[in-house]
Design a protein around this ligand. Structure first.
Ligand SMILES: C[S@@+](CC[C@H](N)C(=O)[O-])C[C@H]1O[C@@H](n2cnc3c(N)ncnc32)[C@H](O)[C@@H]1O
Length: 196
C-alpha cells in the first residue's frame, strides 16, 4: 500500500470512530485537495471505480425502494448506477470543483459531518470512497434503509474501512446493532449495512 494511502486510511478510521476530531481547517484542506484533482479525476480513475459499486448493487440486495443520498459523490462517476436503483438521488460533496463536474440532477455542496438534510429522509445512503460520519448517516436513514459502502481499490483505497469497523461505527452512532454483507469485486471491496 502507498504510504499516502495508509495515512488517509488512518484519517478514515479516525473520522468513523471519533468524528469530533474533524475540524473546519481539515475540511477546508480536504476540499482544496479534491478541487485540485477535479479536472483529472475521471481520466485517471474513471474506469475502475463503477464496477465495484455495480457489483454491490447486483449482489448486495434486497434493497428498499425510494430516495438515495450519495455522500462524497465527486464528479458523479457512480451517480448513474445509484439512480438506476433509487430516485431521486441527492449528490453531496465537499469539493465545489468535483461537484461542478457532476451530471447529477440534484447536487449539494456540503460537509458529510453536518448534512443539511432532515432525519429519516433516505432509503439508501451510498458512499463510494468517501468518509463515514456514522452519526449523520444513521440520522438521515429511514427505517429499513441501507448503507452501501464501496472502496474501488479495496484494502489499498485511501478511504478503506473494514466491514467490522463500519459495523462498530454505525452501532455506536445509532445505539442499535447493525449487520453487513460484504464481498470483494474487481480491485475493490464493498459492504451493505442494515440496522437489525
Ligand atoms: C475518493 S473521492 C470519491 C469520489 C466519487 N465517489 C468516486 O468514486 O469517483 C472522495 C470524495 O469525497 C469528498 N469528501 C471528502 N470529505 C468529505 C466530506 N466531509 N463531506 C463530503 N464530501 C467529502 C471529496 O471532495 C471527494 O470528492
Amino acid at each position: 500500500m502507498r504510504a499516502e494511502a495508509a495515512q488517509s486510511q488512518e484519517r478514515a478510521r479516525r473520522l468513523a470512530l471519533e468524528p469530533g476530531t474533524w475540524s473546519r481547517d481539515e475540511a477546508a484542506g480536504m476540499a482544496a485537495e479534491f478541487d485540485a484533482m477535479a479536472a483529472s479525476w475521471e481520466g485517471d480513475r474513471g474506469g475502475y471505480r463503477p464496477p465495484v459499486l455495480a457489483d454491490a448493487l447486483a449482489r448486495g440486495g434486497p434493497f428498499p425502494a425510494g430516495r438515495a443520498v450519495e455522500i462524497a459523490s465527486g464528479t458523479g462517476l457512480l451517480t448513474e448506477l445509484i439512480a438506476a436503483h433509487w430516485q431521486p438521488v441527492l449528490a453531496v460533496d465537499l469539493s465545489r470543483g468535483m461537484l461542478a463536474r457532476s451530471p447529477a440532477r440534484h447536487r449539494v455542496q456540503a460537509d458529510a459531518s453536518r448534512l443539511p438534510l432532515p432525519d429519516g429522509c433516505a432509503n439508501a445512503v451510498v458512499i463510494g470512497d468517501g468518509p463515514l460520519f456514522a452519526g449523520e448517516v444513521a440520522r438521515v436513514m429511514a427505517d429499513g434503509a441501507v448503507l452501501v459502502w464501496s472502496n474501488a481499490l479495496g484494502t489499498g483505497a485511501p478511504f478503506h474501512l473494514r466491514a467490522e469497523l463500519l459495523i462498530d461505527a454505525m452501532t455506536a452512532a445509532a445505539g442499535r446493532a447493525w449487520d453487513a454483507t460484504t464481498s470483494e469485486a474487481y480491485w475493490g471491496s464493498w459492504a451493505v449495512l442494515r440496522a437489525r
